[in-house]
Structures are given as structure tokens and as C-alpha cells.
Design a protein. Structure first.
Length: 145
């Protein structure tokens, strides 16, 4: 049986979130608010699930085992808060069916997510794979949450 690395598991979840995001954005761009709102809510829930996995499971384990509490995980948490604020603004635009504002905000969120994910995928996740002796258990725990 192949064991899944933290990098592989979390990068795969980034891709799933990206696909949901693109579907919601496309539906709204096409004027289908019913489908777009439903897709947006599904994406938002999945994004929050991702952040929560990192903030409650992965980051604390990494910080505990490496002693690094003020470095990459602190930056990732700050970026999570920035993205949460954008999601809240996008929720308002969605509720108001303000297509132009929705699409402008989602463009900002997409750029922010791409930069954030690149840092995690190229720096933080490989660090966790190398540093955490219990990576398999961490992936299993994240799968359950």
C-alpha cells in the first residue's frame, strides 16, 4: 500500500478547490446565479475545511515538532485570514447578485490563492514531509476532518 505524503494529499485538495472555484465563477459569469451560488457555497465550505485542517492539525504538529512558530505557518495563517475576508465580501456580492463585483473579487481571490498555494506546495508541505515523523497519521487525521 502506498502511503500518501502531506504534500500529495494537500496539493490534491488545492486542485479540488480550484476546480470548484472555476465552476462557480463560470456559472456566475454566465448569469446562472442559482447554480453559481450553490457552487460558490460548496467551494467556500471546502476552502474553510482546508484552512481548518491546516490550522488545527498540520500547523500545530509542524510547530510542535520543529519549534518553528513564527515562520511559515504564521504567514499562512495571516493569508488565510485575508482570504476569509475576501470570501465574506464575495458572499455579499453573491447575495446581491452583483456580477461585476463578484467577478472582480473572485479574480483577486484567485490570484491570492495561487500565490498562497505555491508557497505551501513548494516550501511548507515539503518541509512538513521532511520534518514530521508521523506524517501518515497526520494525513489520516486530516482525511477524517
Amino acid at each position: 500500500m502506498l502511503t500518501q505524503t502531506i504534500s500529495a494529499f494537500m496539493t490534491s485538495h488545492h486542485k479540488e478547490c480550484d476546480e470548484q472555484f472555476a465552476q462557480a465563477e463560470e456559472s456566475v459569469a454566465n448569469g446562472d446565479w442559482t447554480l453559481g451560488s450553490k457552487q460558490w457555497q460548496a467551494f467556500s465550505a471546502e476552502l474553510e475545511k482546508h484552512f481548518t485542517r491546516e490550522e488545527t492539525i498540520l500547523f500545530p504538529e509542524f510547530e510542535e515538532q520543529t519549534g518553528m512558530t513564527g515562520g511559515p505557518t504564521q504567514m499562512m495563517r495571516m493569508e488565510h485570514e485575508q482570504m476569509r475576508a475576501l470570501v465574506n465580501e464575495i458572499n455579499t456580492a453573491s447575495e446581491n447578485k452583483d456580477k461585476d463585483h463578484f467577478l472582480a473579487l473572485t479574480e483577486t481571490l484567485m490570484i491570492t490563492m495561487q500565490q498562497h498555494n505555491m508557497k505551501e506546495e513548494q516550501i511548507l508541505y515539503p518541509m512538513t514531509d521532511q520534518s514530521l515523523s508521523n506524517a501518515v497519521a497526520i494525513v489520516d487525521k486530516m482525511k477524517r476532518n
